[in-house]
Design a protein around this ligand. Structure first.
Ligand SMILES: *Cc1c(COP(=O)(O)O)cnc(C)c1O
Length: 798
């Protein structure tokens, strides 16, 4: 849209004066933010209305992305950027004497997700709008987002994330007219109706009202706005008397109160099952209603609708869709099944089969009695069909949905859909040959890869403004709307001035982070040091502990030899641990105690610093990632499905220090061996250990004096205040045989770190590698990932 600075200033002042009765100079940042959001809403509302009108009028096919998590972070700046008015607003604020940064920081992160999975869903919303495809999100409107992390005495403490604050969600619109009812619990009987069909009769079930709130997803400067629809729960008016007490009402509100942690040990959580069903049922009901307004037959719905199942949390979708089509709309089973399979598609996010979601059949039957019957029917027909086709019992048992009194949600998603995709090349290969091997035999045509991506605009134009200006300076600003133009930077790989400029840009970003570190921890760090960063969820497979082992080694080396010649290093961690994940929380405690020890030891002469920055979220990522020299992507090969922070770091010029895992492999393929530092076992070596059962961490510990000394520092008092945590880690590594093979990869990792040190000393070489990474990073734009989903899975038109 076009907007002049003067017009904006008038609109902004009017809103503040007329709607909030306040002058600019008296307003708090929150009041300024509220007024700005109102002004922006007025600007985009006509576009949003027009989009919804034209999609309905043209009967376009729409993809619905079902995800239990969406992690967009802040929306203000990205909305302004995408509307094309970010600069005008910043200039207007400058004239009004308002600090844009303060106003921006008044917005709470929308943190309705744990980490990569939720961030990917949010990225896809942005990219769907930006590429112009009709793609809507479907999720839950959690009252509290992912917990707020405080570090107290080195321990993680979780506080509620009250993201509504005093303003609520300024971007959402309540759509009461689209509310639907969702039924839970009770008994169900099949009875013949007048036409002789069997229809379910419900007794004693609970009926809840699902009310949608739509959050606009604004495309990048293309006048396209899609919806992210988040569902909230209410008590239907005619049922109010059933909930006379505050407690009984609170129990209902609890359904959308909290986001569960991404902890694979979520067993038997009835509330989680209700959450999953609630958003899935409500979403599917409104999709069918919307479709039927077109006046085309319901059995053809897949020609106008795709439903995407992001990981297994919405995987009840095929069964619920069958229930709606057969019970509520009277379709024959076979026609309904064809429509269902053609409508549904599924993304798998893990190779760890223990992390594939299963529900206890008894619990499922209690909460969703009719859906349970439908799942049994789907399962019976599936088994019968395979039997007839002559498949062996082993394969049938590996693929059926109901077995051992459990419902296997991934199996339902695969059988009930036409597409299964992994999220990086290696991940998809491992699904085919290992985790989902039986399914791959059965349905090879359903399998495909869609490597994850990131929203380039957020990680450059918003998070790295200095970098963005520097890019403009050399290749012009076309890359801001056509990210593949970034490749033009390759022309400058040997241009001294360019290398110096980009080196300086990184320094500026490091300066900002150094200021933040100073403010939050009191320590001053030098921007001449290597900023070595590992930010991501705390998980054993991601191996933050391997990083820590190396830091301990550096510390011990420096204590032995304080004059050791080394490039100063600042190690930075950011990570939340699932509240019930004991081991992960112990790692956080040890990082913090080691940080205390190191940062306060003057004998280290400023060569080593270590920080754990609390409450890692999207906004903190935007501060940290552009300031990184080194991107730590050190998961055990085969365990990280894709990773996306690896891509964000690459795009802002960090050098990746990585195992051959997930999308790290594809990053390496882009930049070449000289522009990435790879170490450790590859997935074949890891799988060899599994097959031969020949890994013995105790041997490595006992026969290797360096490893021995590093490990002992967990239990011999070298690091203070970690008696129980140090012991827990020691036991995991030695008694429990080091599940993620840290000790085997240790020396290779140390060598890789030494190589980083050598490269960094050669400033020019480092700058060239960094610029190469930026220049090649456009490969990982989520816009292209979405193009592939849209063409190959959803068959959408723009
Ligand atoms: C990108 C992102 C992630 C994902 O990080 P990985 O390293 O890919 O696991 C997690 N959390 C936040 C806040 C992010 O921005």
């Amino acid at each position: 849209m076009t907007l002049s600075k003067d017009q904006f200033i008038r609109d902004f002042k009017d809103t503040l004066h007329e709607e909030q009765l306040i002058k600019v100079s008296d307003a708090t940042p929150t009041e300024l933010f509220a007024a700005l959001a109102k002004v922006i809403r007025k600007y985009y509302t006509p576009l949003w209305l027009e989009r919804n009108r034209s999609l309905t009028a043209n009967k376009e096919k729409i993809a619905y992305y079902f995800s239990i998590e969406f992690l967009p972070g802040r929306m203000l700046e990205t909305n302004l950027l995408n509307l094309g008015i970010l600069d005008v607003v910043k200039e207007g604020f400058a004239e009004l004497g308002v600090d844009f940064e303060n106003v921006k920081n008044a917005e709470h992160d929308m943190a309705l997700g744990n980490g990569g999975l939720g961030r990917l869903a949010a990225a896809f919303m942005d990219s769907l709008a930006t590429t112009g495809y009709p793609g809507f999100g479907n999720g839950l409107r959690y009252r509290y987002g992912l917990f707020k992390q405080k570090i107290i005495d080195g321990y993680q403490v979780e506080l509620p994330d009250d993201w509504f604050g005093s303003l609520g969600n300024v971007w959402e619109i309540r759509k009461e007219h689209d509310a639907v009812d969702v039924r839970l619990f009770g008994d169900v009987y099949l009875e013949q109706n007048q036409e002789g069909n069997l229809v379910p009769t419900y007794q004693n079930s609970q009926v809840l009202r699902a009310v949608p709130y739509d959050v606009p997803q604004i495309g990048f400067q293309n006048d396209t706005i899609n919806n992210l629809r988040l569902w909230d729960v209410e008590i239907p008016e005619d049922q109010e008397t059933l909930y006379p007490s505050l407690e009984s009402r609170r129990a209902i509100q609890d359904i959308t109160a909290i986001l569960y942690p991404d902890d694979s040990t979520l067993e038997g959580k009835q509330l989680r099952l209700i959450q999953e069903y609630f958003m899935t049922s409500a979403g599917l009901q409104t999709i069918i209603k919307h479709y039927l307004k077109q006046g085309t037959p319901l059995e053809d719905i897949y020609k106008k609708v795709s439903v995407h199942i992001n990981d297994t949390h919405p995987a009840v979708a095929p069964a619920e869709f069958m229930r709606l089509l057969v019970d509520d709309y009277g379709l024959e089973w076979d026609a309904a099944w064809k429509a269902t399979v053609n409508t549904m598609s599924y993304t798998n996010h893990t190779i760890m089969s223990e992390a594939l979601e299963k529900w206890d059949a008894e619990l499922f039957k209690k909460v969703l009695p009719r859906v349970y019957q439908i799942i049994l029917e789907i399962d019976n027909r599936f088994v019968a069909e395979l039997g007839k086709a002559g498949y062996d019992a082993h394969l049938v048992n590996n693929t059926r949905i109901v077995k051992d009194d459990q419902i296997h949600m991934a199996n339902l998603a695969i059988i009930g859909g036409h597409s299964v995709n992994g999220v990086a090349k290696l991940h998809t290969e491992l699904l085919k040959e290992d985790t989902l091997r039986s399914f791959y035999k059965l349905y090879p045509e359903k399998f495909n890869n869609k490597t994850n991506g990131i929203v380039p605009r957020r990680w450059t134009q918003i998070a790295a403004p200095e970098l963005s200006s520097a890019i403009d300076q050399f290749i012009g600003d076309d890359w801001r709307s056509h990210i593949h133009s970034l490749g033009g930077l390759e022309t400058y790989l040997d241009d001294q001035q360019a290398l110096e400029t980009f080196y300086q840009v990184k320094k500026d970003a490091k300066e900002r982070l150094a200021n933040y570190i100073k403010e939050t921890t009191g320590f001053q760090v030098s921007t001449d040091a290597i900023f070595d960063v590992q930010v991501k969820r705390l998980h054993a497979y991601k191996r933050q502990l391997l990083n820590l082992l190396h830091i301990i080694k550096l510390y011990l080396d420096l204590k032995d030899n304080p004059d050791k010649d080394m490039v100063p290093r600042v190690f930075i961690f950011g990570a939340k641990a699932a509240p019930g994940y004991h081991f992960a929380k112990s790692v956080i405690k040890v990082i913090n105690e080691l940080a205390n020890l190191i940062n306060n030891d003057d004998s280290l002469q400023g060569k080593l610093h270590l920080f754990f920055l609390e409450n890692y979220n999207v906004s903190l990522a935007e501060l940290i990632i552009p300031a990184a020299d080194v991107s730590e992507q050190i998961s055990l090969a085969s365990k990280e499905a894709s990773g996306t922070s690896n891509m964000k770091f690459m795009m802002t010029g960090a050098i990746t220090l990585a195992t051959l895992d997930g999308a790290n492999i594809e990053i390496k393929d882009e930049v070449g061996d000289d522009n990435i530092v790879i170490f450790g076992m590859d997935k074949d070596a890891v799988y060899d250990h599994y097959r031969l059962n020949d890994y013995h961490s105790r041997d490595l510990y006992e026969n290797d004096p360096i490893i021995h000394r590093v490990i002992d520092s967990f239990v011999n008092g070298t690091i203070p205040n970690i008696q129980s945590e140090g012991m827990e880690i020691y036991e995991a590594l030695i008694q429990h045989n080091d599940e993620y093979f840290l000790l085997e990869d240790f020396h290779s990792y140390v060598k890789a770190q030494e190589k980083i040190g050598r490269l960094y000393r050669d400033k020019k070489k480092w700058a060239r590698i960094s610029l190469t990474n930026i220049a090649k990073s456009h490969k990982f734009t989520a816009d292209d990932t979405i193009e592939q989903y849209a063409k190959e899975i959803w068959e959408l038109k723009k």
